[in-house]
Structure formats: C-alpha cells, structure tokens
Write a protein that binds this ligand. Structure first.
Ligand code: NDP
Length: 268
C-alpha cells in the first residue's frame, strides 16, 4: 500500500497516521468496510514524523479529513492534540482514534481487546499473564484489570511494568519471571516479534489448556505463537484485535455497525 508524507496527503476522508505506516493493514480493512457499506469514502496511509502530529492533523482537517486512526509512535501526541477525550484515553494518556472537526479522541484498543476475548469463554477472575509494558500493554492491562481478570504482568525491563501498574492504578501482580503457571491466557503485548525474536517465557510451566494470544500479527505465525503451538496450546494472532479496534473506530465516526466479517476477510 502506497503511503504519503502528510504534506502530500491525497484527497480522502479517513486515514491512519504513523511512522512507519506502509505496512499497515488499516487502509485495506477500512476500504473493504466502506465498499461493503456502499459508502464513497476513501482511506489512506499517511506518514508523520514525531513532533509534527499536531501540524499534520491541522493540515488533514483543513483538507477535509473526517477521522484518523493513530498507530505507533503517535498515540500520546495525538492524545495531547485532542480537546475532548474518553476515560480510557485519559487514563493511559494515549488514543488511537480521532474525529478531526471537533478534536475528539477515543481509545478503542482496550475495548477492542475485550471484544476479542469474548468468544474464548474465559470466566471473570481468570488468571492472565501479560507480557510487555508499552502502549499496547497499557491499554490491555487497564481493560483486563477493569474487567476483573487476575492480572500478572512481566516485562523485560521490570521498572517499566512497575511504573505502568502504579500510573494506571490497577490491581496486578508484578512478575519477576515470565511464569504462566495456572494461567488461562498468555498475552504477548511486546514488539519482540518485529525483530524476529520471541519474548522470554517459561513455556514448560504453561497449563495445557492455556491460550496464547499474540497482539502482533505477521504473514505467518509469529515466533511466540510457533512456540506455543509446538507445546499444544491454542493460539490467536493480532488480526482479530486489528479488526475489533478498527470496527469500533468506524462505528464511532459513522454511527453505524461495522461489517467485521468483511473487514477480517480483507486482511486474512
Ligand atoms: P511499544 O514499543 O510501546 O512497547 C514494546 C514492548 O515490547 C515493551 O514492553 C518492550 O520491553 C517489549 N520488547 C521489545 N522487544 C522485546 C524483546 N526482544 N523481548 C522482550 N520484550 C521486548 O510497542 P506497542 O506496545 O505499541 O506494541 C507492541 C506490539 O503490539 C507490537 O507488535 C504491535 O504491532 C502490537 N499491536 C497490535 C495491535 C493490533 O491491532 N493487533 C494494536 C497495537 C499494538 P522493554 O520495556 O523492556 O523495552
């Protein structure tokens, strides 16, 4: 998918901004949604440098853009630009969805994650091991703790996980080692896979019926999911989350139900 510098953004109504942004599946997914809904909207991928988010958003608003998805590394800068935000964005200081005309922001990463967990049939109070303490982990940790899961968090840099738990003011155990014993769900919210690595994990301690969920996605299974599969665990990749968070953005912009099946088909 071609991506544009924000100064050369094409005429369109919606876009994802990020850096890098050329590998984003959002344009394909939202184009499929608009086609399914018979709406004439266009969705582009726009590269924005750090420090230029506010200027880029003003430019896109003046060009007639209505809604923006925000990906790495701009979720905090986008939040700072917004005048009105939802409670999750406020709590984690980051948002992934903007409405340009009224400068409103929304975070659909947390609720989107909860949407993807529903079909798994986990009981309230189930134990979840969360790996990571970056932006994705923050949204996940808040949503999981808020929903009443028994949360255990491990991060390569433990101080960051400790700080995350403190800042979010959530009830969660800070794990000294990535021990999945007695967990029902293991969530990889690290970006290790992007460097072809698998995050540290004591796989031999994972219960046989645990589910391994990698929030990232790749052409094939990630190293994390390959490892889980080889041990007989059920696995899930990040495409369902991409659809869930994108569908919630679209519904917020347009006030109509998003065609989740068509969106998933477009990127599977
Ligand atoms: P951040 O850069 O904010 O955080 C990265 C995290 O990964 C940190 O906790 C970091 O640990 C950890 N990490 C990086 N490399 C390694 C490694 N080699 N071993 C162990 N831990 C490592 O990234 P995000 O939180 O924004 O994104 C994380 C992942 O989630 C990405 O792969 C992203 O694509 C995915 N994602 C998917 C979405 C979807 O819609 N499916 C939505 C949002 C994110 P440390 O603190 O020690 O540096």
């Amino acid at each position: 998918m071609r991506n544009f510098d924000w100064r050369e953004a094409p005429q369109a109504e919606f876009a994802v901004i990020g850096d890098p942004v050329e590998h984003s599946l959002s344009p394909k997914m939202h184009a499929a949604a608009f086609a399914h809904l018979k709406l004439p909207y266009r969705y582009s991928a726009i590269r924005v440098n750090g420090g230029e988010v506010a200027e880029a958003l003003e430019h896109l608003a003046a060009k007639g853009y209505k809604g923006i998805n925000v990906t790495l590394p701009h979720k905090a800068e986008a939040y700072a630009w917004a005048k009105e935000t939802d409670s999750l964005s406020k709590r984690i200081g980051a948002c992934n969805t903007l409405s340009l005309s009224d400068r409103k922001a929304l975070n659909t990463d947390g609720p989107g994650l909860m949407d993807t967990l529903k079909p798994l049939g986990l009981k309230v109070g189930a134990t979840v091991l969360l790996l990571g303490a970056g932006g994705a982990a923050r949204a996940a940790a808040f949503a999981l703790a808020d929903a009443g899961f028994d949360l255990r968090i491990f991060n390569r840099t433990p101080e960051k996980a400790e700080q995350m738990i403190r800042v979010l003011q959530i009830k969660a155990d800070l794990a000294q080692v990535p021990d999945p014993a007695s967990t029902q769900l293991i969530i990889n919210a690290t970006s290790a896979g992007q460097q072809g690595e698998t995050p540290r994990m004591l796989w031999e301690r994972a219960p046989r019926d645990a589910i391994a969920y990698d929030l990232s996605y790749a052409e094939g299974p990630t190293p994390f999911l390959n490892e889980a599969k080889s041990r007989g665990l059920r696995t899930m990749d990040g495409l369902a989350l991409l659809v869930a968070q994108g569908a919630r953005s679209l519904e917020w912009w347009l006030g109509i139900e998003a065609p989740r099946e068509a969106m998933l088909r477009a990127i599977r």
